[in-house]
Structure formats: C-alpha cells, structure tokens
Design a binder for this molecule. Structure first.
Ligand code: FEO
Length: 391
C-alpha cells in the first residue's frame, strides 16, 4: 500500500485488504476492508495511530520504512481488537523505544489478547492530552463504539478525529476520501448495523461527545477518510435515533412454497398499502444486507415452515441475529406453515427478549395457505397499518 500524505506531517500508512470477505468469521465483507493507520510527525515526537491486522503488518512496516521512520515514540491504540492492535507486538520489536498509549481498560485487554508487557504502556485518562511538540493529541474515551474500551484521538491543531471503528466502513477503495466514492455512506450504514447497532444508546452519547469539538476531518481505521465530516455525523445521528421508517423486513425461508406464498401475499399487499417492504430469502441472503435493513425498519415479520417441532434453522439464526443486533424495531410478527404441529411461535418469540417490540398476532397455515389464512394475513396488515398511524 502506498504511503499517502493527508496534511503536513500526517500520513496514511495502513493497508487495504481487497480480498477479505468475512470478519470475525461472522460478518460478510462484500467490498473488502482496510486497516487504516496514521503516522504523525510532531516537532519533538512521532506517533502512530492504530496499527493493522497482523496479516498486513509487513505492509505497515514497509510504509514506515518508506517514510524513513527510524524512531517511533508512541503507538496510540484506540481499540484492542486485533484488526487495529494486532501488529503492535511486531512494532514494539522493530521500534523497542516506542510506548503504547491507551486507556486502562484497553491496556488490560491488550495484555490479555496480545501478551504485551505492562511496562510498555502509557495509560491515559479521558480528555488527557499528549504533546508531540507542535502537535497535540487529545484522547476521548468513547466506550462501546465497538468494545467497552474504545477511545478516539483528536489532533487539536489540525482538527482531525482519529476515530478507529467509530464512523468506519468496510470498504476497500483506492479513494482516500469518502466524498469521491458513492458507496461509502452505504458501507458505513452496513457497518453501523453490524458493529454499532447493539450499543446504540452509547453510540448516541459518543456522537455528541466528539461533536463538541470542531472537526475538519474524520480519519477512521476502516474505509475512506471523511474530509466533509458533517454528512457522516448526521447519518449516524439518524441511524442511531429512535425514529423508525415505515419499512417491513421479512426474513423468510420456505421448503415447499407454503410459507413463500404467504410472504408473497404480504409483500404485495404491504406495497399496495405504501410500506417499504424488504423480503430476504434466508438461504440466499447476504446476512449483512439483512442487518442493514434493520437499522431503519419499524417492523420485522419472520417467515418459516415448521421443521421437526420448531422453526427452520435459517429462521432461528436470523431471529437470533436480529435479537443480538438490538435494532430499534417496534413490531414483530411471524408467519409460516406447518404439517402436524410444533412450537415455532413459542420458540421464535423466546428468541427476541432483547427487542422492545410489540408482537402482532402470528399467522400459521396448516399446509398450503387457504382463504381463511389470507384473511388472517389481511388482519395482520390492518393491524400494522393501525399501529403505524401514530408514527
Ligand atoms: Fe475494526 Fe472492532 O475492530
């Protein structure tokens, strides 16, 4: 990866991972990702902000060599997850005088996860500053903008916020700045769905905490840099607000079409009623797309046939995931089909304890849906319409 200058004495020295297609063995990365690290040369001290995933550590070292960095004073580590911290042990080998700078919790995590000795850390507190000579770093603790130890670093003179996961996007692109690539906001939204949504209340607090500062640029540790940061800050405010849209997400699976017929009926009728409808056929769905649709949706309707005595495993997985991601969804229902009985409704209802939702009367058909079942689907739709009026 080519070293690139952002401003005087501030350089992008991270790596783009064009080929990575899954993160945490869970999150699909259709557009790859990047691990951004930034080098700041102050008049007295040199600091690296975040590192890269260990698979790319040689690129980071090569970039530092290209810049002629013989001595590194500080490695600012905003987050202990290995895609940002994983190259620190190697950096400490190559630059033995360098000290890792972070908060107490992050230090403890990195001692556990990376086996970094305690005496290699300088521990900072919230709002503390560190001078590099003519440049000043201010550290702001922003817990849960992914893990509980996350923090951001604000470069006062240049008004750049180094935000690590916060405001990031999994997007491999040669464009260094967000305004050049139309995919960035979409990728950032997907990132919020997959990474930030479970911690929405904390994210809201942290948006306002960082927004107190004048920010000319947000330099996250995934995806492009925002040189017009207002847009992403506003988008974050919208995505994390309590406001839901008139959108119905239908994750479904159907084995012999009975459930699919019901889902098709719902989709058609809901569109006619003016809802935005997003059906996801689970066996072929990108689970990240499904997660992203949950950022705004008012309603989830799960569709599943009965398998053995419960829901289809694909529907169980999607329901479990939605519960874990804690979207701001207000209404949930279940539709599907059964042959001889089972406990699908109880099973799926028991999986959504994290969601603050009202459950709308589910509709199960015995075998193929018939006239009576379609009338019950009509009642479900009418109920949804009624409940959306105050929204
Ligand atoms: Fe990009 Fe939570 O690590």
């Amino acid at each position: 990866m080519t070293v690139r200058s952002i401003k005087t004495d501030i350089f992008f020295v991270g790596a783009i991972d064009w080929d990575r297609r899954i993160f945490d063995e869970l999150i699909p990365l259709p557009e790859g990702t990047s691990y951004n690290a930034y080098l700041i040369k102050g008049s007295e001290k040199t600091a690296l902000i975040d590192s890269v995933d260990p698979v790319k550590q040689n690129e980071l070292l090569k970039n530092l060599k290209e810049l002629g960095i013989e001595k590194l004073d500080y490695i600012i580590t905003n987050h202990s997850e290995q895609d940002h911290s994983g190259a620190i042990p190697k950096l400490l080998e190559v630059y033995p005088m360098a000290m890792a700078v972070t908060n107490e919790k992050c230090k403890s995590f990195e001692m556990d996860l990376l086996d970094i000795p305690e005496d290699k850390f300088i521990v900072i507190k919230d709002n503390e500053i560190l001078s590099l000579g003519n440049k000043t770093l201010r550290f702001l603790l922003t817990p849960w903008v992914h893990w509980p130890e996350t923090m951001v670093t604000y470069l006062e003179e240049d008004k750049i916020l180094f935000s690590c996961d916060f405001f990031g996007s999994h997007l491999a692109t040669s464009d260094m700045y967000a305004n050049k690539d139309p995919k960035v906001i979409e990728s950032a939204k997907r990132y919020v769905a997959e990474i930030m949504m479970p911690f929405r209340t904390m994210v809201i607090k942290n948006i306002e905490k960082v927004a107190q500062f004048e920010i000319k640029m947000i330099a996250p540790s995934h995806g492009p840099i925002y040189d017009h940061p207002e847009k992403i800050i506003e988008a974050y405010r919208d995505w994390t607000s309590d406001h839901v849209k008139r959108e119905v997400v239908i994750p479904f699976v159907s084995m012999h079409d009975s459930t699919r017929i019901m889902v098709d009926y719902l989709v058609d009728k809901l569109i006619k009623k003016g809802f935005v409808v997003k059906p996801f056929n689970l066996p072929v769905t990108d689970i990240g797309e499904l997660a992203m649709s949950l950022v705004d949706a008012s309603t989830i309707i799960i569709g599943s046939p009965m398998v053995l005595s419960g829901a289809h495993p694909a529907a169980v997985y999607a329901t479990f995931l939605a519960n874990a991601l804690r979207p701001k969804t207000k209404f949930v229902s279940i539709v599907g089909s059964y042959g001889w009985g089972g406990k699908m409704i109880d099973q799926l209802s028991g999986l959504i304890s994290n969601l603050k939702v009202e459950v709308i009367e589910p509709v199960l058909a015995k075998g193929l849906p018939r006239e009576e079942d379609f009338r019950r689907l009509d009642v479900l739709i009418e109920s949804l319409e009624e409940k959306h009026k105050p929204l």
